[in-house]
Design a protein around this ligand. Structure first.
Ligand code: FE2
Length: 444
């Protein structure tokens, strides 16, 4: 096997912070399971949430926005973008959009038809909105109560809507508007998706959406092409604080990666669905220009009972392209790298579909073409964070032997908003044939 750490350049985009219980932990306070090449780092500090009035996250009111690129296959990129028509009732309903793209910015000789989808979410007002475990509040309790309160327009005799005030909003508990309160229904913007096909590798492409939005990106090398280093930007637990924005800028301008891997917890919308839109706008400078891959996590699934809906509609994983039956696990190959994304909150026991797919996928890896094998999932298997110490253990017990058998090099995780990196490890013991675990997370 021809493998060299020099063959792949990995830049970690990690800005660290933690408050509360994380802040009192130190590396000395936890059992030392395995040797680490970087100790557990979770500095104190809280970064303010970017408020909904910030110009970076304001709706563009009917114009193309939230443009992002998802890696799909060596010759294909998925382009996703949005129109918010919620304040434009007279605007024609355009359910399709034309995307022109090509290698020459002036000719754009390829065309794709993007199709729109929309979803409805039942709003949950998670206490993280006004009492976040990290960072400053996005909204206060009065603002949340006002969102639910229909007194100013509902007839009293309807008796079905919420009349809450700030006093009705508990400090540490989530609340739902009544199911029959129209104010509790969120309609997503028009979310357009199109696959840009037949792309050449290592090539810059320009694109234009409906003649009103233009951008460019560079395709990735074919798998098996080891002619130049591959630069990865890796992050997790991103959120939408000032530090999230700084980290995004750092990835874009300083790391300048070929591919961005985000190991779960994207927007922290937590079923307050507008936060998917603000996050999409905030991240657009990076994501409209760089190809990304994602995996889903607790803030995509169960915090606020999201059930992956916002994530699925907006960040389509290339699972069709990798013989996977689920968006929760898939693979992607480029240059010297084979990436496998797994679901930490997807059934992972030996009889599960995920486990069986993983075993088949690992057996398909061609180490001559892709000598680097990276597995991305959300919840760390090795971690010095007491709060989350046991969460990854069952999955580790189930799947670690598979990863070891097939010689996985790197396991990339997030979840604990801290940075830690192990020596190669297997079953709690430093082992040169085991993967190195990178645990990393953005500041919130
Ligand atoms: Fe998480």
């Amino acid at each position: 096997m021809q493998r060299s750490w020099a063959a792949i350049a990995i830049f970690l985009s990690v800005l660290l912070s933690a408050i509360g219980v994380l802040a009192v932990l130190t590396n000395d306070a936890v059992p030392d399971w395995v040797s680490r090449t970087s100790s557990y780092q979770a500095p104190r500090g809280a970064s303010p949430e970017i408020p909904p009035t910030d110009i970076r996250v304001l709706s563009r009111m009917g114009a193309i926005e939230q443009v992002h690129l998802v890696a799909s296959r060596h010759d294909r990129v998925t382009l996703v973008f949005v129109r918010d028509i919620s304040a434009s009732p007279d605007m024609p309903l355009q359910l399709q959009a034309t995307v022109r793209y090509g290698r020459n910015a002036t000719t754009l000789d390829n065309e794709g038809l993007a199709k729109a989808r929309v979803y409805t979410g039942m709003q949950e007002y998670n206490s993280y909105l006004w009492n976040p475990p990290m960072g400053a509040p996005f909204l206060n309790r009065s603002a949340v109560a006002a969102l639910m309160n229909t007194q100013s327009w509902a007839q009293p005799w309807w008796q079905v809507y919420n009349n809450d005030t700030a006093a009705d909003i508990p400090e540490n508990k989530s609340v739902n508007a009544a199911y029959n309160n129209p104010a509790s229904l969120y309609q997503s913007p028009l979310i357009y998706t199109v696959k840009l096909e037949n792309l050449l590798p290592n090539t810059q492409y320009f694109y234009e959406i409906e003649g009103e939005y233009s951008g460019n990106f560079t395709t990735l090398p074919m798998d098996g092409d080891h002619s130049k280093p591959l630069t990865l930007g890796m992050w997790a637990d991103v959120g939408q604080t000032n530090v999230s924005a700084l980290n995004m800028e750092y990835l874009l301008h300083d790391v300048n990666p070929d591919l961005v891997l985000l190991a779960g917890d994207l927007s922290y919308a937590d079923a307050f669905q507008q936060r998917w839109d603000t996050w999409g706008r905030l991240m657009e400078p990076l994501m409209s220009h760089k190809l990304s891959l994602f995996c889903n996590a607790d803030h995509e699934l169960n915090v606020g009972n999201e059930q992956n809906v916002g994530y699925m509609f907006r960040y389509p994983a290339p699972f069709d392209e990798s013989n996977s039956p689920s968006f929760e696990y898939y693979s992607f190959k480029t240059g010297p790298l084979h990436v496998i994304a797994l679901g930490s909150y997807t059934v992972f026991n030996r009889s599960s579909v995920q486990y069986r797919w993983l075993e088949e996928e690992l057996s398909r890896v061609d180490r001559r073409r892709t000598p680097w094998l990276l597995v991305m999932l959300h919840v760390p298997w090795y971690c010095s964070n007491f709060v989350h110490i046991g969460e990854g253990l069952l999955m580790r017990e189930s799947m670690e032997p598979l990863l070891y058998k097939y010689g996985v090099d790197i396991v990339l995780t997030g979840h604990v908003h801290a940075y830690e990196r192990t020596y190669p490890v297997y079953q709690n013991v430093t082992n040169p044939c085991g993967p190195v675990h990178f645990d990393l997370g953005d500041c919130r």
